[in-house]
Design a protein around this ligand. Sequence first.
Ligand code: ADP
Ligand code: MG
Length: 688
Amino acid sequence: MSPSESKTSPLAALVGSLWGVGAERAAQLARLDIHNIEDLLLHCPRRYEDRRHFRKIAELTKDEPATARGTIVASGLRRFRGGDKSVFEIILDDGSARLHCRWWNLPFMQNYFAMGDEVFVYGKLSETKPRVMTHPETEVIEGGEESFIHINRIAPVYPLTDGLPQRWLRGLIWRTLERFVAASRESAANFPEWNAVEEKMAALSRVAATFPSRANAVRMIHFPEELTDVEIARRRLALDEFIELQVQIQKRRKKFESHAAALPCGGNNRLIKPFLARLGFKLTDAQTKVLREIRKDMGGAHPMRRLLQGDVGSGKTAVAACTALMALESGFNVALMAPTEILAEQHYTNFQRWFEPLEVKVELQTGNRKTSNIEHRTSNVQRTACANHATRNTQPSTLFIGTHALIESGFDLPKLGLVIIDEQHKFGVAQREQLVRKGRYPHLLVMTATPIPRTLGLTLYGDLEVSVIDELPGGRGQIKTFIRTADKLPKVWEFIREQLAAGRQAYVVYPRVEESGGKGLKAVTEEFENLKTLLAPFRVGLLHGRLKSREKDEVMTEFRAGGVNALLATSLIEVGVDVPNATVMLVENAEAFGLAQLHQLRGRIGRGAHESYCILVSDAETAGANERLKVLEETNDGFRIAETDLKLRGPGELLGQQQSGLPKFRFGNLADDLDLILQARELAAKMA
Ligand code: ADP
Ligand code: MG
């Protein structure tokens, strides 16, 4: 909110200005991130209690939580173990039966109840003879003129913090709604910024007709008349959140377009032609289609901002190479960033092999290895560039490959025409911004194999155009996926030995580097010795993040060359590694990984002509964990897998913690709200 708005809007007034909110309450509310009146009005209930209908105590069950009410007919505190431990109990009677409510080691609970009090209780039974609820949620029913807020209606139950009573907060929100929102139920009440949203929505009558007003939605989310109102209200408030975000995205886009001048990088095919002729395979139709989209951007009126999505193994690297060549042909330098050193090294090897015959220089810059001192050389080049505009003809254009070391301060490439970011989801959004800041706007191609569900794509990458490689190169063996329990491991090892004997290679993946905190997770360093014995005389290599770069390098080089038959690794190998002769991916403690991550790991195999086998070993006791893994057995479709992962584990897990750019939504739900996000985009375009 801008400062000028905050002066005029009652929404921005601090909660401390409300009647009955003193310093202590204000501090408690602040712990819930409620600072001003708008925060308070948007504090979303955690659940609702239908206090028009109660369950009889006699009908409560162990399976399903329900609300009952009764009168306290007995209560008592019992201490034991010398007073260290205690249990406090009240007994409620509603005429149908008695209910024992118990709290362990919370002796102060006795201060909240008195004999004869009427109490709401919510929970499920932990015992049936007698009927017991352990640590139920309760609320004493009080008379008085405000009692209608709490009873005989659907009552909201809010997230609380220590010392903040449910009843008090409910009362405060009710009074705040009455004062600010209820005055005009159909309009946006007293809030100028709500009015603005309302007017714009009304202009798009189709949308306005299907949603309640924002003011009404705020009322309904707290005090719905029917439980079905809650979802109607949530959708309206979620829509507003998505609109706010999309307006920001589109403003950023407009600003970019007004600042960033065209950068002619369309190329002239001088390098691409010989490159493709020598590549050894023909591009798939999908790769060609995507390259057409990219070429148009590279010669367009503004620098490219494009996200390239393609499932693991779809051939994004070849597309990146052609894109790089377009910029190089046009006389510009190119930077390619990868999230791990292993992947940067792999790209370095490939691109050197591809580009050296074309007389394009390829240089590597990781935290640990530099093939040239870029910073030093850069300043020279810049000096020359100032003195002499003909540098373009005398200095051959260069492809710089690196990890995040590439964006560390001080790195400043002259004539940077294109930045390619591989495995974009492993970088933070902030890092992406850092690379293209400084008032320079090179073309930007970000690539990802995590098939981001559309909701996330539009939220995180809303300012990027999207290209999809929706086809895998032909001539690949099938990947078969199996879920096995640990007792089947001897058979699995036997099978792996057969594959190694046939000349194939295998990955064995464990979740952690060292044994950690008794969770039973197998650890690679311990298992290494074990595995060497198991697979002898085949050679086993070890790869994890704590190794020195040189050691990682050596192991990968040997594995690539076939000198190492099986590679024991952490999920470090999840991104980008390409060894077509590897046909087995064994993942132990598979339940410790997300689905999208397992799909990436599986993507390391099935890259050659041979049949491949992905074996997921899991002894997870929870039924849910194995249910989750079944999705991988059923499908190899990365999009379906990512969507399931998003539903089951949420966006943070799907994208990894590094994705700092994801906005927090109070009401929006990225797993379900695709239709709202699309509407928000359309509305934002008309509002911006
Ligand atoms: P990803 O999209 O996962 O980054 P890569 O670019 O590593 O995939 O490509 C996977 C493998 O497929 C590589 O070995 C690559 O050389 C090969 N490849 C790429 N494009 C084609 C194609 N059109 N035909 C055959 N093989 C291809
Ligand atoms: Mg790749």
